[in-house]
Structure formats: C-alpha cells, structure tokens
Write a protein that binds this ligand. Structure first.
Ligand code: SF4
Length: 404
C-alpha cells in the first residue's frame, strides 16, 4: 500500500472508532506471535451484523477528519488539536476494492467530518458508493453515515447505493444539541430521518432497492444530564415514527483536550449495556418506557441487575406465572426467559404439560426464572415474597482483573 495512503488510513480509521454502530475497531492493537492466532490490525477493519444475522468484516473509516463543526463531544471538532487527513474519493474506492479482493473485508462503513459544506461532503460519500457499485460492480455491504444538513435529494441519492444509512441524532434532546453541538439541529435530523423512512417504505412497496437494510442512529450517553428514561423515550419515539432498525448507544468517553462543557468522567460502561438491554425490552418484549423506567430509580436504570429482572422484582404481584397456561406476553416478562425460549415453551405445551425438568431442557436460564414460574411440580409462592430474593438471584459481583 502507498505509504501516504497507509498514513491516512491510520488516522482516519482511528478517528472512526468513536462510532458505535460497529464498535470492534476500538480494540487495542495486538499482533499474533509465532504460535499465536489472529491480530487486530488497527487498520480500520471491524465487525458488524447484517440484517440476516451474519457477522461481517467492514472497512470502517472516515473520508476525512477535518470538520467545520465544533461538536463538544467529538475528537474531530474544528477546535480539536488532532492530526488531520483526507482521503480522495478514488483512494477510498481503491482501498475498499483491494481489501475486498484480498478477502480482508466484506463491506465498507464510511463516515466523514464536514468539509466545505454538508452538500459537498455528502456528494463525495455518494460518489464513493456509486463508483464501487457502478465501476467495480461491488456487491459487498455499504453503510453510509449521512450528513443530515445536506440537501434532501442528496440523502435520497445515498439510499440508491448504500445497504444501510444512518443519521446520527447524537444527543437525546434539542436543548443538549444546542449546548454541545450548536451547529446541529434536532428538527433537521428528524426531518432527514422522516424523509429516509418514506423513501424506504415506498421502495419496498415498489420492490425497488433503496437502503434495503434500513436506517439507524447513534446517541451519546453521559455527555449531558439526560436520564436513561429520557434516552429511552427518545429512542422509543424514533422507532415508532421512523421505524429505525437500531439505535446505538455510545457511552461518552472523555476525549483528549475535552471541551469545558463536558463532564470530566465517563459514565460507567454498564450504563450503555443496560440501555441496550432496555432497548431490547421495548422492541421485542412488549415493555413500555414507563415500565422499564419503573424498574430503576429516578429515571436511571439499575446498574447491578438487568432491567427485566429489576421490573419483575418491583412487580412481584404479577408472579408467579403458570408456564402451561400463561399468555406469551406474560411469559416474556419472566426473568431468564428470552423470546426464543418462550416460543419453544408455547410450541411444546401444545403437546405436553411442561414440568421443571422439561424447562431445564428448554432454557439455560431456569435458575433465574424459577421464583417466577409455576409448573405442576413447582409452586414458589413463598419464594417470590422473600425480602432477599434479589440477593438470591442477582448475579454475584465479578472480581475485576488486577492486570491487563
Ligand atoms: S459534525 Fe460530526 S465530525 Fe464534525 S464535529 Fe460534529 S460529530 Fe464531529
């Protein structure tokens, strides 16, 4: 590889690691020794999941880390003192094609700082995707981070070439955007999401290809004072209004030379994890934001236990539920039972009466589920009322590693 391009790749792959949509490129650099297996190259290759569940490697880079904007949480903001680089459109195309031919990657994740103006940046990103598809008949995965302030027709163009588009909301409220990303506007971002949603729905109805893997967004957590409940309420609204495929949560990490308006400390990473679990409950388990928030305290999720267990412990009057007769919706509320297990239970009980042993074969989560379930050979009425139930079933705190 040309040394100049390699130097740019190091800068622009590193700059892309703050994007949570496929977070594995944030891993430390490791090289396998003579007897070892596998390396992390630091060259911007990360993993992501396709809509059909396959894990694929993506070249994850920025077109440039120069930026006209000054978002306080971003290492690439114009006032930040970082090394800058800018790929040409053709360089990104060549890198993608070369990596693809060597079997390093199965696709491209392309984001960018804003140079000249949003339209110019968006045009260059589209040009990358267009040249890949048209000149190289590239059939791999392409994810483009669109610039919401770009003209609507450009955002629409992007959908013709990309598999997935994402428009980052970044912060859950307009007030936070005004404070931390003054050049961004929540209304403009939502309008761009609405426009994408309309085009995606139209294209599906007309059986045309247009951003077939849908759209996603990312929110930074812990850079402002928004509670978990506030974050989840914003996500819930986005899922409902724009049918987003995913909202990614990225725990704010203090960047070198941070802006003074930012907190000095990162939020616990567990907060990000609990938000993903809560998000899952909203999308696949029929929970409302109010219910999920009620499991925590003052709008914040319980960091020590998962939000489903937190809700169940505060709503013991709803349990225990009879495995053999309860509605699917109620079974989905039982800690330790996931959607697949519940579907297996519902299918199995058509033919037989399930006992504890049967459940043990259907789910590895039986230990957690036991206090909340009734079977012909198990009725935990006293267990569910015990004061120490949380201590009995909550995961024990793990010893942190001393080294590494
Ligand atoms: S527009 Fe994007 S790249 Fe530029 S400062 Fe804001 S978040 Fe960073």
């Amino acid at each position: 590889m040309d040394t100049k391009v390699a130097a740019k790749l190091r800068i622009l792959a590193d700059a892309a690691k703050y994007d949570a949509s496929c977070a594995s490129s944030g891993a430390p650099k490791r090289a396998a020794g003579a007897k070892g297996l596998g390396s992390t190259t630091g060259a911007g290759i990360c993993h992501a999941y396709t809509p059909d569940g396959r894990c694929i490697s993506l070249l994850k880079i920025l077109l440039t880390n120069y930026c006209l904007y000054d978002c306080a949480y971003c290492i690439n903001r114009r006032s930040s003192n970082v090394r800058r680089a800018r790929f040409t459109v053709q360089e990104v195309v060549d890198l993608t094609v070369n990596f693809y031919k060597r079997n390093y990657i199965e696709g491209l994740f392309l984001s960018s700082g804003i140079v000249k103006n949003p339209d110019h940046t968006m045009e260059e990103m589209i040009e990358v995707a267009k040249r890949l598809r048209r000149d190289h008949l590239f059939a791999g995965y392409i994810h483009l981070k669109t610039i919401p302030e770009a003209s609507p027709w450009l955002v629409e163009q992007a959908g013709l070439w990309a598999d997935r588009l994402s428009i980052n909301l970044e912060l859950p409220s307009q007030q936070s955007l005004e404070e931390l990303a003054p050049e961004k506007n929540g209304g403009t971002i939502r309008a761009a999401m609405g426009q994408m949603h309309e085009r995606i729905v139209e294209a599906k109805a007309e059986k045309r290809r247009f951003s077939p893997a849908g759209q996603s967004t990312q929110m930074i957590v812990g850079a402002d004072a928004t509670t978990d409940e506030g974050v989840l309420r914003t996500s819930d609204g986005l899922y409902r209004r724009y049918a987003l495929r995913r909202v990614y949560y990225s725990a704010f990490s203090p960047i070198p030379e941070p802006s003074k308006v930012l907190p000095l400390k990162a939020p616990p990473l567990q907060r990000e994890h609990r938000l993903y679990q809560a998000d899952w409950l909203l999308r696949f388990y029929g929970f409302s934001v109010d219910e999920v928030a009620a499991g925590g305290d003052a709008g914040m999720l319980d960091l020590d236990i998962d939000p489903k267990l937190a809700w169940a412990l505060k709503h013991r009057e709803s349990f225990p539920v009879d495995v053999n007769t309860a509605d699917r919706e109620l079974l989905l509320r039982v800690p330790g039972l996931g959607t697949r297990v519940v579907d297996r239970i519902v299918a199995a009980r058509r033919h037989t009466t399930l006992r504890l042993d049967d459940l043990a074969r259907l789910t590895p989560g039986l230990k957690r589920a036991r206090p909340f379930l009734v079977t012909p050979d198990h009725r935990p009425t006293r267990l569910i009322d015990r004061q120490d139930l949380r201590a009995r079933i909550a995961p024990k705190p793990a010893q942190l590693e001393l080294f590494g």
